[in-house]
Design a protein around this ligand. Structure first.
Ligand SMILES: *Cc1c(COP(=O)(O)O)cnc(C)c1O
Length: 465
């Protein structure tokens, strides 16, 4: 055995203790970490001939990179839609590394990890109050979840006209209808060979909304003259967290031949807020749903899941079967994730979610979600009464979309945001909404407190134009 490896194994307990202590220090002092850094680093392009040993690697990391790690999982990182991690989720994440399972099949002489994943999915269905006839699995993010769901939708479309796209390749004329699909959905359409341009855009509702205009949807469906289509709906748009009208969409789905996909990457968590869950009414008829865990479930990256109705199991295996390896058997004989999603080998990605769900339960997630919404409201109230800012849309759930007050200030928005982020106290991201340059602040981190809002307000006042 390599000598360095043997030495490390000798002192593994001390090494792990040291590493864990470093992680805990980071976790406990996260709020003090700057939310951005100016890094000027030189990247090594040579691999040392002999290694440093694990302790040496840690020391090297601590000299070179550790001071530059930002507090993106902390309470004032409001850019994109960035969640943090709960203590229990990190425990699960650490153990997933130690156990190093290859999570695939449920039965037979394999390991138990796929059962842990299936149990996590069942409990998530309960958290979101969804019917149990969904088959779910974990992927790296909502992008891959959208991809997985739309890959099966593509197979469904083909089968409606007698084609097997998974086997024979693409066919022309796949109809995709959507109002404001997330950028990752558009990316998925290009990866799937459907084409990112191939979306029939439904108008959005009047009155500062980002949701589908149902009359225009009816009109566009009529233009298809009975052809099957894929309808991509939003449970939470990224700018203003608007929701499509799922009750009306459910009626459309009952009347036409369509695959309904819902992207609820973070908006699905409205199900955990008694005051907002009606936004999702009707979504349970979906053929497929995307939900992220590394956002509002507050587990470490990379974690999301897809839900696809069990009745589409054959389409799903047609799409993802790995059956050109004869020793792996017939994919429908016994369930293995190998034949139901893009990856073959995969880690026990569900474990952080499993841990945090057991640790905090339904009540814990109701508390996290309602608290995030309250923090968004608090910040939104500041924007409204600040005198120099304006909301670009009402704060419907957990994102605040705003800008500097007045058209004449539009040229200053970018500089204001750069100066604000440079304080290192907070991080927000730019956007464009309704022809306005704007700024987004998104609240999904369990740690954010009213004191954090006060700190950010102070920073904003200090750099206002
Ligand atoms: C974040 C997000 C995605 C993409 O998710 P990743 O986890 O970054 O891959 C897709 N859809 C919506 C609505 C999102 O908010």
């Amino acid at each position: 055995m390599n000598e360095l490896l043997a030495n490390d194994m000798q002192s593994v307990a001390a090494l792990m203790h040291m590493t864990q202590q470093q992680g805990v220090d980071f976790f406990q002092n996260l709020a003090a970490r700057p939310t951005s850094v100016q890094a000027d680093i030189t990247l090594a392009d040579r691999l040392p001939e002999t290694g440093l040993g694990a302790a040496g690697a840690l020391q090297h990391f601590n000299t070179k990179f550790e001071p530059l790690i930002v507090g993106s999982s902390g309470p004032r990182y409001w850019g994109f839609v960035t969640g943090g991690a709960t203590p229990a989720a990190i425990m699960g994440d650490m153990l997933a590394g130690f156990y190093d399972q290859n999570t695939q099949s449920v039965k037979g002489q394999g390991d138990v990890s796929a059962n842990i994943e299936l149990e996590t999915i069942r409990q998530l269905l309960d958290l979101f109050d969804l019917p149990r006839d969904f088959l779910g699995g974990f992927v790296t993010g909502a992008t891959l979840s959208n991809f997985t769901c739309l890959a099966v939708a593509r197979q469904w479309i083909g089968r409606q006209q007698g084609d097997d796209i998974a086997r024979d390749g693409m066919v022309d004329g796949i109809k995709i209808l959507s109002a404001l699909p997330h950028s990752s959905t558009i990316k998925s359409l290009s990866m799937l060979g459907i084409g990112s341009n191939n979306i029939i855009r439904i108008k959005v509702q009047e009155g500062n909304r980002e949701s589908m205009d149902m009359e225009d949807l009816q009109y566009q469906i009529a233009q298809l003259h009975g052809a099957p289509f894929i309808l991509i709906a939003s449970a939470g748009t990224v700018n203003t967290v608007d929701f499509d009208d799922f009750k009306a969409i459910a009626r459309v789905k009952a009347a036409y031949d369509c695959w309904l996909h819902i992207d609820g990457a973070f908006g699905a968590f409205a199900a955990c807020s008694p005051a907002h869950k009606q936004l999702l009414e009707g979504w349970e008829v979906a053929d497929s749903i995307t939900i992220d865990c590394h956002k509002w479930l507050n587990v470490p990256y990379e974690s999301a899941f897809f839900l696809i109705r069990e009745k589409h199991k054959v389409l799903q295996t047609e799409t993802f079967q790995n059956s050109n390896a004869p020793y792996l058997g017939n994919p429908l004989d016994h369930f293995s994730y190998l034949n139901f999603l893009p990856e073959n080998s995969r880690r026990l990605r569900a474990l952080p979610a499993w841990f945090t769900l057991q640790a905090y339960g339904k009540k814990g997630y109701q508390d996290i979600v309602t608290h995030s919404i309250a923090m968004a409201q608090l910040f939104s109230e500041y924007v409204e009464q600040s005198g120099f800012l304006d909301l670009l849309a009402p704060t419907r759930l957990n994102n605040v979309c705003f800008t500097l007050k007045g058209r004449e200030q539009q040229d200053r928005v970018q500089d204001f945001l750069v100066a604000l982020n440079a304080t290192g106290k907070v991080f927000m991201t730019p956007t464009v909404y309704n022809g306005w340059k704007g700024i987004r602040a998104s609240f999904v981190n369990w740690r954010t407190t009213p004191q954090d809002i006060a700190l950010v307000i102070e920073a904003m006042e200090s750099v206002k134009p």
